[in-house]
Design a protein. Structure first.
Lengths: 306, 306
């Protein structure tokens, strides 16, 4: 396979670079096209998504759990300062990671660590494989200012294999990848989720639609406060909504704000679009709604242009 | 872990039974709860989905490609006859496999093969792991009668691991599984698909909706004639629709019939719901629409009760 040239966008595996490959410097990473910028932690654009990220301990809010990473967006710091002094905007690299969630295209993850020389800031960088962005939200960082956060999950070996070897992207082309396949939406189900769907007879709590299939109706369960780190939402009925796929998508992107009186506001237009439908045996826990508002659908400006 | 009792439904991995475990008879499979019925190829119900299937060469239309199986539904044969003499109904085991696609719950696959004794019909059975149902359609079998067909794809090692060890289901309980997580909808994307989505500005060709996200609009690409075996649809723009997640779901379940004049009929109600939206630089190939009608949305009766 032809090696991509300098300055070319490369999504997925870089030909010839295996997981575990170590680079002695950011410059080496850049020359290999594994992570092209010399300073920024995120490589990518809002339009095409992120090619790669570097975790190097630069942000105090990052969490590294191995196959699951909670990554902090960029910005909010003045040039040459480590301390965050203003809110991070949802632009550039931060927007790129949201686009990666939309398209499902994989993101290369590089981890930096001290090179052992004892010199301050002297690091080596290891390519650690392909991850997908499964969630984004915002929070107040340790500094007191807004940060964007992303949950990335490592692709399984089988998935990674299907994303190898065809990743050179000619400059100027506006398709995000040459991937044959990318997984875009992963919808999970739990026993509690099935209970909630039955309580609503598979009817969307936002719009009342009920999708008929040959063997019954189809709906999706949305956890209001997500399971797992770092949200640690509980898998209980009060934390689950029964939604159609469309409103599930919008909910997960923070485009629906649900007030304690269950009024729903569409953030794209700023207008109220109705009230969340209730079922006699299913009560939504307001503390989880508040968590969703705080971390997903309030306190930031969005831009719906594409 | 407590072993499930006889007659109990077991979804996912049966505790203590590893991939490759060989059983000397159907009775052995049944006693181990790996595949409970002694004769039927599919174990499951329309309401809860399929627990397991056996591939044993009994149906002339099965295709076994290792990690991908094209499985043929049951019925259409008179008792004790091997030859199909009428259409297979979408009931019982056949409906169970559609439900498995809806819920995303994994299905155990068991393969039978002659036991080497040379005695006709004398078989051994191997448990070959968890698969998910990713597609179903109908076709005219080699006998000339309608058969239901299912595409099953093996779960990756990582996915299988997350589905182990909690699969006993108390009798009479109406939740399909105790799985912590199941993957329900896998949406794939290709470069061509991205082109089609842009041609329509991420607007659904069925309903005209456009879902706004913080970094642009969200739509899904639906291949009309599926890629891969056995459909071998091409990855070209004429074989792709730009749909919202709701209409993508309905399209994949065969609930939308699209005529050559692009009139759309909702199979749940039998009524016309409009015309497929077109874009100047995107023409749908009618031969693929015809294929979708023939194999997905015509020639069978559906039942939308749940």
């Amino acid at each position: 396979m032809k090696r991509p040239g300098r300055g070319r966008k490369v999504y997925g595996t870089v030909p010839g670079i295996k997981i575990g490959h170590v680079f002695a410097s950011r410059q080496g990473l850049s020359e290999a096209l594994v992570h092209r910028p010399n300073q920024a932690g995120i490589c990518g654009t809002k339009g095409l998504g992120a090619e790669s990220i570097v975790l190097s301990g630069g942000y105090e809010d990052d969490e590294d759990h191995g196959d699951v990473i909670v990554y902090t967006g960029q910005g909010g710091r003045k040039k040459d300062e480590r301390k965050q002094t203003f809110d991070q905007p949802l632009t550039r690299g931060n927007a790129a990671l949201v686009t990666s969630m939309t398209t499902g295209a994989p993101v290369r993850v590089i981890r930096g660590e001290p090179d052992g020389s004892g010199r301050s800031g002297s690091m080596i960088y290891r390519y650690d494989g392909l991850f997908r962005v499964v969630e984004f939200w915002h929070a107040t960082g340790k500094s007191g200012f807004l940060v964007w956060r992303y949950r990335l999950v490592k692709l399984s070996t089988d998935e990674s294999r299907s994303q190898e070897a065809q990743f050179e992207e000619p400059a100027g082309q506006d398709a995000p990848t040459r991937l044959e396949v990318t997984i875009q939406r992963v919808v999970r189900s739990t026993k509690v989720a099935n209970h909630v769907k039955r309580a609503h007879r598979f009817t969307c709590q936002v719009c009342g639609i009920r999708l008929a299939t040959p063997t019954g109706a189809y709906a999706e369960a949305a956890h209001v406060r997500a399971l797992g780190r770092p949200h640690n939402g509980p898998d209980v009925a009060g934390n689950v909504l029964c939604l159609c796929p469309n409103h599930h998508t919008l909910f997960d992107f923070g485009m629906l704000t649900i007030a304690d009186d269950l009024t729903i506001t569409d953030r794209a237009t700023g207008t109220e679009i109705g009230k969340l439908r209730e079922a006699p045996n299913h009560r939504i826990d307001r503390t989880h709604l508040a968590y969703h508002r705080e971390h997903h659908s309030e306190g930031w400006k969005h831009d719906t242009k594409d």
